[in-house]
Design a protein around this ligand. Sequence first.
Ligand code: SF4
Length: 415
Amino acid sequence: MKKIIGMTFPKQDTNLGLEPSLLTVLPSGDNVMYSMENIDFNDEEVEYYACSVYITGMREFKEWASRHDKSKIIVGGYEPTINPQEFVPFAHKVMVGPCDDFYASIAQEGDIINGITNYKRIPRYDLYDIKNNQQIIPLKKRDDIVTSINTSQGCPFKCDFCCSPLMCDRLISKPLDLIKEEIEFLKNFNPKFVFVRDENFPLQIDWRERLIAINDMGAKIYLFASANLLTEDNVKFMKENGVYMVCLGLEDITVDYAKNKKLDEVCDLLHSYGIMVYLSFIVNPLKVKTQRESDKFYIKLISRFCDLKPEMVCGNFLMPFRGTKIWEDYKDLVKEEDFDFYNSKSAFLEKDLVNRTRMEYEMFYYQWLYYNSEFYRDNVRDFHVGDTLEERFIELRREFEGKENKLVLGKSLLR
Ligand code: SF4
Protein backbone atom coordinates (compact mmCIF):
# COMPACT_ATOMS: atom_id res chain seq x y z
CA MET A 1 0.00 0.00 0.00
CA LYS A 2 1.37 3.39 -0.92
CA LYS A 3 2.21 5.83 1.85
CA ILE A 4 0.67 9.10 2.91
CA ILE A 5 3.45 11.26 4.31
CA GLY A 6 2.85 14.31 6.48
CA MET A 7 5.51 17.03 6.66
CA THR A 8 5.76 20.53 8.07
CA PHE A 9 7.76 23.37 6.54
CA PRO A 10 9.92 24.73 8.10
CA LYS A 11 11.30 21.56 9.59
CA GLN A 12 10.13 21.14 13.16
CA ASP A 13 12.32 22.68 15.88
CA THR A 14 12.52 19.93 18.49
CA ASN A 15 13.89 22.35 21.12
CA LEU A 16 10.71 24.38 21.14
CA GLY A 17 8.15 22.15 19.49
CA LEU A 18 4.81 20.67 20.30
CA GLU A 19 2.71 18.22 18.32
CA PRO A 20 2.22 19.75 14.86
CA SER A 21 -1.36 20.71 13.99
CA LEU A 22 -0.94 18.59 10.85
CA LEU A 23 -1.70 15.54 13.03
CA THR A 24 -5.33 16.70 12.96
CA VAL A 25 -5.34 16.55 9.16
CA LEU A 26 -3.61 13.20 8.63
CA PRO A 27 -6.15 10.41 7.95
CA SER A 28 -6.51 7.01 9.62
CA GLY A 29 -4.53 4.02 8.34
CA ASP A 30 -1.24 2.17 8.86
CA ASN A 31 0.16 3.61 5.64
CA VAL A 32 0.18 7.13 7.12
CA MET A 33 3.36 8.57 8.64
CA TYR A 34 4.64 11.90 9.88
CA SER A 35 8.20 12.71 8.83
CA MET A 36 10.25 15.28 10.75
CA GLU A 37 13.20 15.15 8.40
CA ASN A 38 11.77 16.82 5.27
CA ILE A 39 13.88 14.50 3.16
CA ASP A 40 13.19 13.41 -0.41
CA PHE A 41 11.01 10.33 -0.87
CA ASN A 42 10.53 8.01 -3.81
CA ASP A 43 7.31 9.27 -5.45
CA GLU A 44 6.54 5.73 -6.67
CA GLU A 45 5.99 4.60 -3.07
CA VAL A 46 3.83 7.54 -2.10
CA GLU A 47 0.13 8.18 -2.63
CA TYR A 48 0.05 11.69 -1.17
CA TYR A 49 2.31 14.15 0.57
CA ALA A 50 0.34 16.25 3.09
CA CYS A 51 2.40 19.39 3.62
CA SER A 52 1.75 22.17 6.11
CA VAL A 53 3.57 25.42 5.36
CA TYR A 54 4.27 28.43 7.55
CA ILE A 55 5.77 31.57 6.04
CA THR A 56 9.33 30.76 7.23
CA GLY A 57 9.10 27.44 5.40
CA MET A 58 8.06 28.84 2.00
CA ARG A 59 11.47 28.62 0.39
CA GLU A 60 12.16 25.15 1.85
CA PHE A 61 8.76 23.90 0.66
CA LYS A 62 9.14 25.26 -2.87
CA GLU A 63 12.57 23.66 -3.25
CA TRP A 64 11.34 20.32 -1.90
CA ALA A 65 8.14 20.40 -4.02
CA SER A 66 10.06 21.11 -7.21
CA ARG A 67 11.81 17.72 -6.77
CA HIS A 68 8.56 15.76 -6.31
CA ASP A 69 5.49 14.74 -8.28
CA LYS A 70 3.10 17.69 -8.07
CA SER A 71 0.05 15.45 -8.55
CA LYS A 72 0.76 13.90 -5.13
CA ILE A 73 1.26 17.10 -3.15
CA ILE A 74 -1.52 18.53 -0.98
CA VAL A 75 -0.52 21.73 0.77
CA GLY A 76 -2.24 23.66 3.56
CA GLY A 77 -1.56 25.66 6.72
CA TYR A 78 -1.20 29.38 7.37
CA GLU A 79 0.59 30.50 4.27
CA PRO A 80 -1.45 28.54 1.70
CA THR A 81 -4.61 29.79 3.46
CA ILE A 82 -3.50 33.41 3.18
CA ASN A 83 -1.96 33.20 -0.30
CA PRO A 84 -3.37 30.10 -2.04
CA GLN A 85 -2.54 31.24 -5.59
CA GLU A 86 1.15 31.25 -4.82
CA PHE A 87 1.06 27.51 -4.09
CA VAL A 88 -0.90 26.38 -7.15
CA PRO A 89 2.26 25.79 -9.26
CA PHE A 90 3.62 23.47 -6.55
CA ALA A 91 0.67 21.33 -5.50
CA HIS A 92 -2.23 19.25 -6.80
CA LYS A 93 -4.55 20.83 -4.18
CA VAL A 94 -4.09 23.91 -2.05
CA MET A 95 -6.16 23.62 1.09
CA VAL A 96 -7.54 26.76 2.71
CA GLY A 97 -8.43 26.86 6.44
CA PRO A 98 -8.63 24.07 9.01
CA CYS A 99 -9.30 20.45 8.07
CA ASP A 100 -9.78 17.13 9.84
CA ASP A 101 -11.23 15.13 6.95
CA PHE A 102 -8.40 14.69 4.48
CA TYR A 103 -10.15 12.54 1.87
CA ALA A 104 -13.43 14.54 1.80
CA SER A 105 -11.41 17.74 1.45
CA ILE A 106 -9.22 16.60 -1.44
CA ALA A 107 -12.18 15.03 -3.27
CA GLN A 108 -13.43 18.56 -4.01
CA GLU A 109 -13.00 19.98 -7.51
CA GLY A 110 -10.41 22.64 -8.26
CA ASP A 111 -6.83 23.58 -7.41
CA ILE A 112 -7.84 25.61 -4.37
CA ILE A 113 -10.21 23.91 -1.95
CA ASN A 114 -11.64 24.64 1.49
CA GLY A 115 -10.58 22.27 4.26
CA ILE A 116 -13.48 20.21 5.61
CA THR A 117 -13.83 19.66 9.33
CA ASN A 118 -16.43 17.24 10.68
CA TYR A 119 -15.06 16.52 14.18
CA LYS A 120 -15.33 12.73 14.03
CA ARG A 121 -11.81 11.75 15.06
CA ILE A 122 -8.96 12.84 17.28
CA PRO A 123 -5.52 13.93 15.92
CA ARG A 124 -3.01 11.21 14.96
CA TYR A 125 -0.94 11.55 18.15
CA ASP A 126 0.22 7.99 17.53
CA LEU A 127 2.40 9.24 14.63
CA TYR A 128 4.47 11.55 16.82
CA ASP A 129 6.90 10.87 19.65
CA ILE A 130 5.61 12.92 22.58
CA LYS A 131 9.17 13.10 23.95
CA ASN A 132 9.87 15.61 21.19
CA ASN A 133 7.50 18.02 22.86
CA GLN A 134 9.28 20.81 24.62
CA GLN A 135 7.69 23.89 26.06
CA ILE A 136 9.17 26.68 28.08
CA ILE A 137 7.20 26.65 31.31
CA PRO A 138 8.35 27.71 34.78
CA LEU A 139 9.32 24.63 36.84
CA LYS A 140 9.03 22.31 33.84
CA LYS A 141 12.14 20.14 33.62
CA ARG A 142 13.45 18.90 30.29
CA ASP A 143 12.17 15.35 30.83
CA ASP A 144 8.72 16.29 32.10
CA ILE A 145 6.07 15.17 29.65
CA VAL A 146 4.00 17.96 28.15
CA THR A 147 1.13 17.60 25.74
CA SER A 148 -1.40 19.94 24.20
CA ILE A 149 -5.02 20.05 23.16
CA ASN A 150 -7.22 22.31 21.05
CA THR A 151 -10.81 22.55 22.19
CA SER A 152 -11.75 25.29 19.74
CA GLN A 153 -10.49 26.87 16.58
CA GLY A 154 -10.35 30.40 15.33
CA CYS A 155 -10.81 33.83 16.83
CA PRO A 156 -13.66 36.26 16.13
CA PHE A 157 -11.57 39.31 17.02
CA LYS A 158 -9.47 41.19 14.55
CA CYS A 159 -6.42 42.58 16.33
CA ASP A 160 -4.73 44.50 13.54
CA PHE A 161 -1.40 42.60 13.74
CA CYS A 162 -2.67 39.04 14.27
CA CYS A 163 -2.80 36.32 11.62
CA SER A 164 -4.89 33.82 13.63
CA PRO A 165 -8.28 35.09 12.34
CA LEU A 166 -6.97 34.68 8.78
CA MET A 167 -6.87 30.92 9.31
CA CYS A 168 -10.36 30.87 10.86
CA ASP A 169 -12.28 34.05 11.65
CA ARG A 170 -14.99 32.48 13.83
CA LEU A 171 -14.82 30.69 17.13
CA ILE A 172 -15.69 27.05 16.47
CA SER A 173 -15.82 24.72 19.45
CA LYS A 174 -15.02 21.03 19.06
CA PRO A 175 -17.78 18.76 20.41
CA LEU A 176 -17.25 17.99 24.09
CA ASP A 177 -17.48 14.22 23.53
CA LEU A 178 -14.59 14.39 21.07
CA ILE A 179 -12.56 16.44 23.57
CA LYS A 180 -13.20 13.76 26.19
CA GLU A 181 -12.07 11.02 23.78
CA GLU A 182 -8.89 13.00 23.09
CA ILE A 183 -8.27 13.48 26.81
CA GLU A 184 -8.65 9.73 27.44
CA PHE A 185 -5.99 9.11 24.78
CA LEU A 186 -3.64 11.79 26.13
CA LYS A 187 -3.92 10.40 29.67
CA ASN A 188 -1.91 7.39 28.47
CA PHE A 189 1.15 9.63 28.23
CA ASN A 190 0.83 10.63 31.88
CA PRO A 191 1.62 14.29 31.12
CA LYS A 192 2.83 16.65 33.82
CA PHE A 193 1.76 19.73 31.84
CA VAL A 194 -0.93 20.33 29.25
CA PHE A 195 -1.00 23.36 27.01
CA VAL A 196 -4.49 24.36 25.83
CA ARG A 197 -3.86 25.83 22.39
CA ASP A 198 -7.17 27.71 22.00
CA GLU A 199 -6.61 31.37 21.12
CA ASN A 200 -8.81 32.54 24.02
CA PHE A 201 -10.07 29.59 26.05
CA PRO A 202 -12.70 31.29 28.29
CA LEU A 203 -14.38 32.79 25.25
CA GLN A 204 -16.29 29.55 24.76
CA ILE A 205 -19.70 29.48 26.43
CA ASP A 206 -19.07 26.06 28.00
CA TRP A 207 -15.39 26.56 28.85
CA ARG A 208 -15.99 25.42 32.43
CA GLU A 209 -17.16 21.96 31.33
CA ARG A 210 -14.16 21.78 29.01
CA LEU A 211 -11.77 22.72 31.79
CA ILE A 212 -13.23 20.08 34.12
CA ALA A 213 -12.66 17.50 31.37
CA ILE A 214 -9.06 18.62 30.75
CA ASN A 215 -8.31 18.64 34.47
CA ASP A 216 -9.18 14.96 34.48
CA MET A 217 -5.75 14.42 32.92
CA GLY A 218 -4.20 15.40 36.26
CA ALA A 219 -1.68 17.70 34.57
CA LYS A 220 -0.85 21.34 35.24
CA ILE A 221 -2.85 23.39 32.74
CA TYR A 222 -1.50 26.35 30.83
CA LEU A 223 -3.85 28.38 28.59
CA PHE A 224 -4.40 31.65 26.71
CA ALA A 225 -7.05 34.12 27.84
CA SER A 226 -7.78 37.80 27.51
CA ALA A 227 -7.83 39.92 30.67
CA ASN A 228 -11.37 41.20 30.05
CA LEU A 229 -12.76 37.66 30.57
CA LEU A 230 -11.01 36.98 33.86
CA THR A 231 -13.47 37.86 36.60
CA GLU A 232 -12.76 36.69 40.15
CA ASP A 233 -15.35 33.97 39.76
CA ASN A 234 -13.66 32.70 36.61
CA VAL A 235 -10.16 32.83 38.11
CA LYS A 236 -11.35 30.96 41.21
CA PHE A 237 -12.90 28.28 39.00
CA MET A 238 -9.69 27.99 37.01
CA LYS A 239 -7.64 27.54 40.17
CA GLU A 240 -9.99 24.86 41.47
CA ASN A 241 -9.67 23.04 38.15
CA GLY A 242 -5.95 22.73 37.61
CA VAL A 243 -4.95 25.96 35.86
CA TYR A 244 -1.28 26.59 36.55
CA MET A 245 -0.47 29.49 34.27
CA VAL A 246 -2.42 31.93 32.10
CA CYS A 247 -0.87 33.64 29.09
CA LEU A 248 -2.04 37.21 28.52
CA GLY A 249 -1.05 39.45 25.63
CA LEU A 250 0.57 42.63 26.93
CA GLU A 251 1.27 43.34 23.21
CA ASP A 252 2.83 46.72 22.31
CA ILE A 253 3.06 48.83 25.48
CA THR A 254 2.88 52.03 23.43
CA VAL A 255 -0.65 51.11 22.27
CA ASP A 256 -3.86 50.99 24.36
CA TYR A 257 -5.86 47.80 23.89
CA ALA A 258 -9.49 47.56 25.04
CA LYS A 259 -8.92 43.94 26.10
CA ASN A 260 -6.14 45.06 28.48
CA LYS A 261 -8.03 47.73 30.43
CA LYS A 262 -8.17 45.42 33.46
CA LEU A 263 -4.72 43.91 33.05
CA ASP A 264 -3.24 45.17 36.35
CA GLU A 265 -6.23 44.03 38.33
CA VAL A 266 -6.29 40.64 36.60
CA CYS A 267 -2.58 39.93 37.18
CA ASP A 268 -3.10 40.66 40.89
CA LEU A 269 -6.14 38.40 40.91
CA LEU A 270 -4.34 35.51 39.23
CA HIS A 271 -1.44 35.83 41.66
CA SER A 272 -3.77 36.00 44.65
CA TYR A 273 -5.13 32.59 43.57
CA GLY A 274 -1.65 31.18 43.00
CA ILE A 275 -1.88 31.10 39.19
CA MET A 276 1.23 32.10 37.28
CA VAL A 277 1.13 34.91 34.72
CA TYR A 278 2.83 34.70 31.35
CA LEU A 279 2.97 37.97 29.43
CA SER A 280 3.82 38.15 25.76
CA PHE A 281 4.84 41.53 24.41
CA ILE A 282 5.50 43.03 21.00
CA VAL A 283 8.40 45.24 19.99
CA ASN A 284 7.94 47.27 16.82
CA PRO A 285 11.45 47.81 15.39
CA LEU A 286 10.34 51.14 13.96
CA LYS A 287 9.65 52.39 17.49
CA VAL A 288 13.12 51.50 18.86
CA LYS A 289 15.18 52.74 15.92
CA THR A 290 17.55 54.88 17.98
CA GLN A 291 19.26 53.96 21.23
CA ARG A 292 17.37 56.77 22.93
CA GLU A 293 13.98 55.49 21.74
CA SER A 294 14.95 51.98 22.74
CA ASP A 295 16.06 52.96 26.26
CA LYS A 296 12.80 54.81 26.75
CA PHE A 297 10.76 51.88 25.47
CA TYR A 298 12.46 49.26 27.64
CA ILE A 299 12.40 51.37 30.79
CA LYS A 300 8.64 51.59 30.30
CA LEU A 301 8.40 47.86 29.59
CA ILE A 302 10.45 46.87 32.64
CA SER A 303 8.34 49.19 34.73
CA ARG A 304 5.21 47.34 33.48
CA PHE A 305 6.86 44.04 34.41
CA CYS A 306 7.41 45.42 37.90
CA ASP A 307 3.73 46.43 38.10
CA LEU A 308 2.39 43.12 36.79
CA LYS A 309 5.04 40.70 38.18
CA PRO A 310 4.77 38.04 35.46
CA GLU A 311 6.54 34.76 36.20
CA MET A 312 7.30 34.46 32.50
CA VAL A 313 7.65 36.99 29.68
CA CYS A 314 8.13 36.51 25.97
CA GLY A 315 9.12 39.19 23.47
CA ASN A 316 8.11 39.09 19.83
CA PHE A 317 9.10 41.51 17.12
CA LEU A 318 6.24 42.88 15.08
CA MET A 319 5.66 40.69 12.01
CA PRO A 320 3.26 42.19 9.46
CA PHE A 321 1.35 39.40 7.74
CA ARG A 322 -0.28 39.77 4.38
CA GLY A 323 -4.03 39.97 4.95
CA THR A 324 -3.82 41.76 8.31
CA LYS A 325 -4.80 45.41 8.78
CA ILE A 326 -1.23 46.52 9.41
CA TRP A 327 0.07 44.96 6.20
CA GLU A 328 -0.60 48.08 4.12
CA ASP A 329 1.52 50.18 6.49
CA TYR A 330 4.54 47.87 6.31
CA LYS A 331 4.39 46.09 2.97
CA ASP A 332 7.08 48.28 1.41
CA LEU A 333 9.48 47.12 4.11
CA VAL A 334 8.92 43.41 3.49
CA LYS A 335 10.74 41.64 0.67
CA GLU A 336 10.38 37.96 -0.19
CA GLU A 337 13.75 37.18 1.43
CA ASP A 338 12.36 38.50 4.73
CA PHE A 339 9.87 35.60 4.85
CA ASP A 340 12.66 33.43 6.29
CA PHE A 341 12.72 35.73 9.34
CA TYR A 342 9.07 35.51 10.37
CA ASN A 343 9.98 33.75 13.61
CA SER A 344 9.14 36.73 15.88
CA LYS A 345 12.77 36.86 17.08
CA SER A 346 14.14 38.79 14.10
CA ALA A 347 13.77 42.58 13.83
CA PHE A 348 13.69 42.29 10.03
CA LEU A 349 11.69 45.52 9.60
CA GLU A 350 14.97 47.27 10.44
CA LYS A 351 17.12 47.15 7.32
CA ASP A 352 20.41 48.27 8.88
CA LEU A 353 21.97 44.99 10.02
CA VAL A 354 24.02 46.51 12.85
CA ASN A 355 20.96 48.23 14.24
CA ARG A 356 18.90 45.06 13.75
CA THR A 357 21.43 43.07 15.78
CA ARG A 358 21.25 45.67 18.55
CA MET A 359 17.46 45.38 18.65
CA GLU A 360 17.56 41.60 18.80
CA TYR A 361 20.13 41.66 21.55
CA GLU A 362 18.19 44.20 23.57
CA MET A 363 15.02 42.17 23.44
CA PHE A 364 16.89 39.25 24.99
CA TYR A 365 18.86 41.44 27.37
CA TYR A 366 15.93 43.11 29.09
CA GLN A 367 14.19 39.81 29.64
CA TRP A 368 17.41 38.36 31.05
CA LEU A 369 17.73 41.39 33.25
CA TYR A 370 14.23 40.96 34.62
CA TYR A 371 14.66 37.27 35.39
CA ASN A 372 18.01 37.82 37.09
CA SER A 373 16.98 40.87 39.09
CA GLU A 374 16.61 41.09 42.84
CA PHE A 375 13.12 42.35 42.09
CA TYR A 376 12.18 39.06 40.39
CA ARG A 377 13.81 37.00 43.13
CA ASP A 378 12.14 38.90 45.97
CA ASN A 379 8.71 39.54 44.43
CA VAL A 380 8.10 36.85 41.85
CA ARG A 381 10.05 33.58 42.17
CA ASP A 382 13.51 32.02 42.02
CA PHE A 383 14.70 31.98 38.43
CA HIS A 384 17.62 29.60 39.04
CA VAL A 385 15.85 26.29 39.34
CA GLY A 386 17.11 24.48 36.22
CA ASP A 387 13.74 24.47 34.48
CA THR A 388 13.15 24.90 30.74
CA LEU A 389 12.72 28.65 31.24
CA GLU A 390 16.17 29.08 32.77
CA GLU A 391 17.72 26.62 30.29
CA ARG A 392 16.31 28.54 27.33
CA PHE A 393 17.68 31.85 28.58
CA ILE A 394 21.10 30.38 29.28
CA GLU A 395 21.08 29.08 25.72
CA LEU A 396 20.12 32.54 24.40
CA ARG A 397 22.76 34.18 26.56
CA ARG A 398 25.38 31.90 25.01
CA GLU A 399 24.24 33.07 21.57
CA PHE A 400 24.69 36.70 22.62
CA GLU A 401 27.92 36.17 24.57
CA GLY A 402 30.49 38.95 24.52
CA LYS A 403 28.02 41.62 25.57
CA GLU A 404 28.39 41.00 29.31
CA ASN A 405 29.22 44.60 30.27
CA LYS A 406 25.85 45.76 29.18
CA LEU A 407 24.17 43.07 31.24
CA VAL A 408 25.80 44.39 34.40
CA LEU A 409 25.26 48.07 33.65
CA GLY A 410 21.58 47.62 32.99
CA LYS A 411 20.78 46.12 36.40
CA SER A 412 20.34 49.57 37.92
CA LEU A 413 17.26 50.04 35.74
CA LEU A 414 15.21 47.78 37.97
CA ARG A 415 13.57 49.30 40.94
S1 SF4 B 1 -4.32 38.56 19.25
FE1 SF4 B 1 -5.65 37.03 20.22
S2 SF4 B 1 -7.62 38.09 20.42
FE2 SF4 B 1 -6.46 39.27 18.91
S3 SF4 B 1 -7.06 38.41 16.93
FE3 SF4 B 1 -5.21 37.32 17.59
S4 SF4 B 1 -5.96 35.48 18.61
FE4 SF4 B 1 -7.68 36.94 18.48
